[in-house]
Design a protein around this ligand. Structure first.
Ligand code: ZN
Length: 54
């Protein structure tokens, strides 16, 4: 599994964030919700990634 990119967060990353002013990062659903409030950030679920591991 991929861990959330946020510091001190050990949940599984489930969403890739496209951040206009920074590199893309993968985060858990909770952090994706926080990030998606920011202007210009586009969250993209990692469904394809998950499917490969089931
Ligand atoms: Zn997180």
């Amino acid at each position: 599994m991929t861990e959330c990119a946020e510091a001190d967060c050990e949940r599984e990353a489930a969403v890739e964030l496209h951040i206009p002013w920074d590199a893309n990062r993968t985060v858990c659903t909770a952090h994706a919700r926080v990030w998606s409030q920011k202007d210009g950030v586009v969250p993209e679920p990692l469904d394809e990634f998950d499917a490969e591991f089931r």
